[in-house]
Write a protein that binds this ligand. Structure first.
Ligand code: ADP
Ligand code: MG
Ligand code: MG
Length: 251
């Protein structure tokens, strides 16, 4: 599904990703953990093609294509989805209109017809229920004035609607209370399938009690320095990052 090799990227003149390797198979859920500032969000943004991040080396292949050669919208049409750590407010852009445009653009790329208005509304109401979101959010501007928890749930709502092949969830758990965390996790788990892969970026082991990863990676100073199963997350919770980063420094 995704194969990243030796990826290097700069933000401005600062090198943030410093030779990152990551392989993700279909249906796999990978957790990426790591101290603040280690480059987790930068990786998410580089993979999704955000402006302002310059790739200086390495490769990334997604669904058989050279990911780094594609425009952000082409990546989305191929089935890549990013749930932002800090969801952006889009005042003046109606949430329903936004969802419909995104869905139709992706359906078109898949060679499918646009959904008629009735089918579309039925679909989004079904998905709203999964995330326990109020349908009044559909009439409002995207994320404008949404609470922190509503913004995060709205990201997963978008994912539920767009049914990506690879979803990157960047600290979707931060700012969620325990009930919202459960709802979001149930929404994510409902979307797990043998054809869909996920990268779950988190600081906290807690999320991984709800979304059980197949693999856990530690990202530190722009490289993945340790990979393991879900027991690695428990070790990190107990011992912090020091025991790994010290070894890395020694190496
Ligand atoms: P993480 O998500 O792991 O906390 P980030 O990828 O957000 O880390 O940040 C990695 C490093 O890149 C940090 O030192 C951060 O300050 C820097 N950085 C990220 N985005 C920008 C930006 N737009 N301009 C300047 N520096 C940035
Ligand atoms: Mg951070
Ligand atoms: Mg981050």
């Amino acid at each position: 599904m995704l194969s990243v090799s030796g990826l290097r990227a700069n933000v401005g003149d600062k090198e943030i990703l410093r030779g990152l390797d990551l392989r993700i198979g279909p249906g796999e859920v990978h957790a990426i953990m790591g101290p603040n500032g280690s480059g987790k969000s930068t990786l998410a943004h580089v993979l999704s093609g955000r402006d302002g991040y310059a790739v200086t080396g390495g490769t990334a292949t997604f669904a058989g294509q050279d990911l780094l050669a594609l425009a952000p919208e082409e990546r989305a049409q191929l089935g890549l989805f990013l749930a932002f750590q800090y969801p952006v407010e889009l005042p003046g852009v109606n949430n329903t209109y936004f969802l419909k445009s995104a869905l139709n653009s992706i359906r078109k790329a898949r060679g499918e017809d646009e959904l008629d208005a009735v089918s579309f509304m039925r679909l989004i109401r079904d998905k709203l229920k999964i995330l326990h979101l109020d349908d009044s959010l559909l009439k409002r501007a995207v994320n404008a004035g949404f609470s922190g928890g509503e913004k995060k749930r709205n990201e997963i709502f978008q994912m539920a609607l767009l049914e990506p092949k690879l979803a990157i969830l960047d600290e979707t758990d931060s700012g969620l209370d325990i009930d919202a965390l459960r709802v979001v996790s149930e929404g994510v788990n409902a979307l797990r399938s043998p054809e869909r892969s996920m990268i779950v970026v988190t600081h906290y082991q807690r999320l991984l009690d709800y979304i059980e990863p197949d693999f856990v990676h530690v990202l530190y100073k722009g490289r993945i320095i340790r990979s393991g199963g879900k027991e690695l997350a428990l070790e990190l919770e107990q011992h912090g990052y020091g025991w790994i980063t010290d070894e890395d420094a020694a190496a």
